[in-house]
Write a protein that binds this ligand. Structure first.
Ligand SMILES: [Zn+2]
Length: 145
């Protein structure tokens, strides 16, 4: 359920997205809000500027949260974002331990507005292979017998 406070923070995420456009970056913005309503960090997309395909605001903030917040604080923190996080960012958000994500545009709505946003090809993957060899560093790290 999206509350009036949620909408207020979503409007900030949309404002960050709008600001990104004015400085030549792609139109995506996000922020992290603690349980007391304090804004902890903000970011917008800098993929072009940084020449870094991972410079989505959601992933930058997930990385910030994993570095700067203890697990309990992360679990009580909400990410507000102008668009639903992509698969890359969703993975980072899960690993960061953030407790909640609230987004404005869904991926489907974004693709309706800009079909190129949904034009990612499926990359073929082959595997598994070489199980006994591949497990060796895993066992060495995690201490299996
Ligand atoms: Zn993303």
């Amino acid at each position: 359920m999206i509350t009036a406070d949620d909408e207020r923070f979503l409007r900030r995420a949309i404002a960050l997205a709008a600001h990104a456009v004015t400085v030549g970056d792609a139109p995506y913005g996000s922020l992290l809000v603690g349980p007391d309503g304090a804004v902890l960090a903000e970011a917008h997309n800098t993929v072009r500027r940084d020449m870094d395909i991972s410079a989505h605001p959601e992933l930058k903030l997930a990385r910030w949260a994993a570095r700067e917040l203890d697990p309990e604080a992360a679990a009580r923190t909400t990410m507000y974002t102008s668009c639903q996080p992509c698969g890359m960012c969703t993975g980072g958000i899960v690993r960061s331990g953030l407790g909640r994500v609230v987004f404005a545009l869904s991926t489907e709505q974004l693709v309706e507005l800009n079909p190129e946003s949904g034009a990612w090809p499926v990359v073929p993957q082959d595997g598994p292979a070489l199980f006994e060899e591949a497990r060796s560093p895993i066992d060495a790290y995690y201490g299996a017998d």
